[in-house]
Design a protein around this ligand. Structure first.
Ligand code: 1GP
Length: 248
């Protein structure tokens, strides 16, 4: 079964998923054992691997080291077209639809499409909506785009709808890594009600309670990076919270 089909099945069954974000720059290869062990024990559903800016050359090694140790799917979450590797299982083919930077809407995609066509990676198109997280984030600076204001649910709805109509298979509401204000439950609820595709939510989620509120509001996949880098104990708590939502 493809990873995307797994996401669709989960959504159809009202099961929620937890994706742990690994920034290859921040993870130390000698800590990978520990991270993988915790993730497997907790029942983490996916690893998202990538970052808005990767300054070291550790992507391939990071993917190989994780892959050696577990079968949790590895999904590239690339900040740029150089963040590609055959060692992952799938790639979020992100189009930054909240912005008006043509390169990130279609330009980089044209360059990477032939590479992806030849690759074994499962390509999953994803409408990426950057939401104001209260602080200027790396993604906002690097993408040279303005985030959607955090209280403008209607803009998020219309943007996600347009992305879905253009054929994107996932929507990602992201307040950016380390956001002070995570995406509001009201925005999550509005977007999830307006669209059919699985909804990913991330950026600034730092507790099991917030993760739980987000899935209850309609998020299908919760992404957490920063908070679990600081406190790996949260991996289990957040996984339990996300998986505690059972079909009605
Ligand atoms: C960022 O959504 C991810 O793109 C995760 O953000 O690192 O703040 O958890 P955090």
């Amino acid at each position: 079964m493809t990873i995307y089909q797994n996401m669709l099945n989960a959504k159809a069954n009202a099961e929620k998923r937890f994706a742990m974000l690994i920034d290859p720059d921040k993870v130390r290869l000698n800590h990978i054992d520990q991270i993988v062990q915790r993730a497997e024990l907790a029942g983490v559903d996916y690893f998202f691997v990538g970052g808005s800016l990767i300054v070291n050359n550790g992507l391939d090694d990071c993917l190989s080291e994780i892959k050696k140790r577990c079968s949790i799917p590895l999904i590239l979450f690339p900040g740029d077209s150089y963040q590609l590797s055959y060692r992952a299982d799938a790639i979020l083919f992100l189009s930054l639809i909240s912005g008006r930077n043509a390169e990130l809407l279609i330009g980089k995609h044209v360059i990477t499409a032939p590479y992806l066509k030849l690759s074994p990676l499962e390509v999953i198109s994803c409408g990426y909506l950057l939401i104001d997280g209260g602080v200027p984030t790396t993604v906002s600076y690097m993408s040279n785009t303005q985030p959607i204001p955090s209280d403008k649910d209607d803009i998020a709805i219309c943007t996600a709808l347009a992305g879905e109509m253009l054929g994107m298979k996932l929507m990602y509401l992201d307040a950016g890594s380390g956001a002070v204000i995570p995406v509001s439950e009201s925005m999550i609820e509005s977007v999830s009600q307006a669209t059919e595709v699985p909804l990913i939510v991330g950026g600034g989620i730092d507790s099991a309670e917030k993760a739980l509120r987000n899935v209850k509001a309609g998020a299908d996949i919760i992404v957490v990076g920063n908070a679990i880098e600081k406190d790996p104990g949260l991996i289990q708590d957040i996984a339990d919270a996300v998986h505690s939502v059972t079909p009605v």
